[in-house]
Design a protein around this ligand. Structure first.
Ligand code: DGY
Length: 299
């Protein structure tokens, strides 16, 4: 099966693809009837240029930029990479929570700028982490991995979940109540029509003064303009790994000390990325053999 891949993805599994061409989708100008498998990282698929396509294997768990309904109409299989990046993403969410709360990046900049004089930076006294309340918006696989880490930090955990579920990981709340009650809030819902703009200006205003908001999910889940306004006002703090128009970041954020910015690093561990490649390749090989894919997305 001829596979077109938008990147050479990391790990030994990629070499198992016998006939693979690495090419950015923007470079496709004429139809490619030879291509049967496509690997993308949550990018819109030019279905019109790929008439013989059988499978779109998404390198990532989120597939919000892929038109799954249009693929289903053409009986195309779409797959993603759930499960293998949960720990990596939960680790980053926790790193951002701690860095944001405890002024880690701000302190690093201060030291590098040679501004650490004879006195301590007393102006930076943070609120403590242990004993505070963590709100997890979306207690799925990644949210649960965050909740498990929270135990070690003596955090009280609140969570939202679509269905009512009792779990020892924390206490379930309605979203508005969670936002009003938590000191730290981390987002772990997928981007869908229902979650686009979920954390809007009204909900941002519910956050407590000094609350830390972490987003390792998708930029579009938050009203980014309203978030920028809240951050410019200095009322809350944020750790952001995802943005609406990546790789662009709203310019106003760049000069702020109350926000930590990372370039969509959620799944960026060698182990997670290599496991994602493994799953992508296994899905492609299964479809090539005529077997059911391992991790199809619901179409
Ligand atoms: C995902 O899996 O959706 C991540 O955003 C990719 O790093």
């Amino acid at each position: 099966m001829k596979v077109l891949s938008t990147r050479a993805y990391p790990g030994p599994a990629f070499a198992e693809l016998e006939d693979v061409e690495v090419r950015a989708l923007a470079e496709l100008e004429t139809p490619r009837p030879d291509v049967e498998g496509l690997v993308v990282a949550n990018e819109p698929v030019p279905l019109g240029l790929l008439p013989a396509l059988r499978i779109v294997a998404n390198y990532g768990v989120g597939y919000d930029r892929i038109d799954v309904a249009a693929c289903a109409q053409r009986a195309l299989v779409v797959t993603n990479t759930p499960g293998v990046l949960d720990d990596a993403t939960a680790d980053l969410a926790f790193a951002l929570l701690l860095a944001t709360r405890r002024h880690v990046v701000q302190g690093d900049r201060f030291v590098r700028a040679g501004r650490w004089g004879s006195s301590w930076a007393d102006g930076w006294l943070a609120e403590k982490v242990a004993g505070s309340t963590l709100g997890i918006v979306g207690l799925g696989r990644i949210g649960s991995a965050v909740a498990r880490r929270a135990r070690g930090f003596d955090l009280r955990v609140l969570y939202t979940r679509r269905r009512r579920v009792e779990t020892e990981l924390g206490e379930q709340r309605e979203l508005d109540d969670l936002l009003a009650e938590a000191d730290l809030v981390t987002l772990h819902v997928p981007l869908t029509p229902e979650t686009r703009g979920l954390i809007d200006a009204r909900r941002l205003a519910l956050l407590r003064d000094g609350a830390c908001l972490v987003n390792t999910a998708r930029g579009e889940i938050v009203d980014e303009e309203a978030l920028v306004r809240e951050l410019v006002s200095g009322r809350i703090r944020a750790g952001l790994d995802v943005f609406v128009d990546e790789p662009s970041v709203p310019g106003e954020l760049l000069g702020l000390e109350n926000v930590v910015l990372t370039p969509h690093l959620g799944s960026a561990t060698r182990q997670a990325r290599e496991a994602m490649t493994r799953l992508v390749v296994d899905n492609l090989l299964a479809v090539e053999r005529g077997d059911p894919p391992l991790t199809p997305v619901a179409g």
